[in-house]
Design a protein around this ligand. Structure first.
Ligand code: ZN
Length: 84
């Protein structure tokens, strides 16, 4: 089980959190976006091996969203950061 450090609550167990994937920029404006660009936005992710940024929500705690940088090989939490 992962131990995730919420920027507001401190270390908590993974079941308290909801994973929302890596941060991606929404393409736009909508009328100018190709079908391929939209499909890439919806489905294609980098899925890096090693340090990787992910969005998480402390749904079972304070309810705040934050960015977690996690090593996908060791599952080590490298840092957490509140949204800018
Ligand atoms: Zn929290």
């Amino acid at each position: 089980m992962l131990l995730i450090t919420c920027p507001w609550c401190g270390p908590r167990s993974e079941p308290e959190f909801s994973y929302a994937g890596e941060p991606v920029m929404r393409p736009g404006p909508a009328e100018a976006v190709s079908d391929q660009s939209w499909a890439d936005y919806l489905y294609m992710r980098r899925n890096d091996k090693g340090p990787h940024q992910e969005n998480w929500c402390h749904a079972g705690g304070c309810g705040q969203w934050f960015m977690l940088e996690r090593d996908t090989v060791t599952h080590a939490n490298l840092r957490t950061q509140a949204p800018a």
